[in-house]
Design a protein around this ligand. Structure first.
Ligand code: PHE
Length: 448
């Protein structure tokens, strides 16, 4: 087997894991899912999910990787000596493929919007309706969406080819800081947008009558999606970690990721209301609301280009994490050379992305009951596959694995005894019970 890459520093892994977590899920997806599910009420449920479900689950997945020191499928084999848990890794690989299939499409959109920023001089003079038309005509056009997504697949493959260390670690640090600064700046700009008040009310005033079981499912799914939980990506990154306190690292990842999502909401919602965009608009919301902010701004061109470029880079550090996991699975479990694994993953995910992109065109065969494959992949992965993947890992972690070994490992990763006791209760009973309850409710077996 080829030598496993290692991160050069504690900060390297943190940067890479944050790079995986922060992406389109925060800026493109979070605002529109929040918009569709009641705004403020969703925000509250989301934050609760992040804290009591996401944080423990993230720590569990990172620890599993750190204990196994190998990629998902091989990890369970290595820890147990048998193949009984291999299905968790296989399911994770499938999730990873499905996420990449629609993610590459949206990542491609961010490249298009760099181009559009230049072409329209930061969307100068365009109103909400113009921006909606601009998006709609692009998303179903014959050529450009496919070219952009292909470029994105190639970029990702090339970064992987350059190796984990150089590729991910260096880029993440600089880019994350810049993205953070730009979002802060845009929050201020958005605050002063005329007509934006209503956006704040929608986003910050929870209307609890809007909370239905389906909203809870979406909040759970979105929190796992945003934190990259349940696929095996964090397990893979965890396997590269040698030192550092697991609790602190996990808390940092969760905090940064959540901050970026909340900030994106602060940028987007005022603009949604100021420009008469529907808050339940759907997958195109960010690509209408953000250009609307830029169109009104002095110096909007530079900011618009910088923003979409950073969005593309944030997406790139995420696609790299998913792609790397699939490559690692092929290398570690099928003993394929890294180079060929890279090519195979590239070809496969490119095919998935082309199909997802095509499914957005009205009346194609890639739709089921009026829903595009793009939407179906997104919905099924986030709301079912990730929570169930995490649940399976948790059952392994808290029940099937040797608890004495687990205890020693976690203490070795920097947990103290008191925290360990509470943590194990949460991971053995609380989180699994909540996931099971939400799922049973979803399938009408139990009514919440
Ligand atoms: N967390 C990523 C984002 O928010 C998406 C992702 C999901 C990445 C699952 C890896 C695994 O953009």
């Amino acid at each position: 087997m080829e030598e496993r890459s290692q991160f050069s520093s504690k900060f390297g892994v943190l940067a890479a894991a944050v790079g995986s977590a922060v992406g389109l899920g925060n800026i493109w997806k979070f605002p529109y899912v929040a918009g569709q599910n009641g705004g403020g009420a969703f925000l509250v449920i989301y934050l609760i999910c992040v804290l009591v479900m996401g944080f423990p689950a993230l720590m569990m997945e990172m620890s599993l990787g750190r204990m196994a020191k190998t990629s998902p499928i091989a990890a369970f084999r290595k820890l147990t000596g048998n193949d009984r848990w291999t299905f968790v890794g296989v399911m994770g690989a499938l999730s990873s493929f499905m996420v990449l299939s629609f993610y590459f499409v949206v990542a491609g959109w961010s490249l298009e919007y760099i181009y559009q920023s230049v072409r329209t001089t930061a969307f100068n003079g365009m109103n909400g309706q113009d921006l909606e038309m601009l998006f709609d005509s692009f998303a179903v056009s014959d050529c450009r969406p496919y070219i952009w997504l292909t470029i994105f697949v190639i970029l990702t493959g090339m970064l992987i080819l350059m190796g984990v260390q150089k590729g991910i670690e260096k880029g993440s640090k600089v880019m994350m800081t810049l993205l953070f600064a730009l979002l802060l700046f845009l929050m201020v700009v958005s605050y002063f947008t005329e007509g934006g008040r209503e956006g704040y009310e929608f986003y910050l005033k929870p209307d609890f009558s809007k909370i239905k079981p389906s909203v809870i499912l979406q909040a759970l799914g979105q929190s796992f999606f945003s934190l990259s939980i349940g696929v095996g990506v964090l397990l893979t990154y965890g396997s590269y970690v040698k030192k550092g306190n697991i609790v602190t690292t996990s808390l940092q990842i969760v905090t940064l990721d959540t901050l970026v999502a909340i900030m994106a909401g602060f940028v987007i919602f005022p603009s949604v209301f100021a420009f008469d965009i529907e808050p339940g608009e759907g997958a195109d919301m960010a690509f209408i609301a953000l250009p609307a902010v830029f169109s009104k701004m002095k110096g909007g061109l530079v900011i618009a280009i910088a923003f979409f470029a950073l969005l593309a880079m944030a997406a790139l550090t995420t696609t790299v994490s998913l792609y790397e996991m699939l490559v690692a699975v092929l290398v570690d479990s099928c003993k394929i050379k890294r180079f060929w694994a890279n090519i195979a993953v590239g070809v496969l995910t490119l095919a998935g992305a082309v199909v997802c992109c095509h499914s957005l065109r009205p009346g194609t065969v890639f739709q089921i009951g009026g829903q595009s494959l793009f939407e179906i992949f997104d919905y099924v992965v986030s709301n079912y596959m990730l929570p169930l993947g995490a649940l399976a890992m948790m059952v392994f972690f808290g029940w099937a694995y040797d608890q004495k070994k687990l205890h020693d490992a976690l203490i070795g990763f920097g947990m103290n005894e008191g925290f360990y006791k509470v943590y194990m209760f949460v991971i053995r009973y609380f989180v699994p019970a909540v996931i099971v309850l939400i799922m049973l409710n979803q399938f009408n077996i139990v009514r919440i």
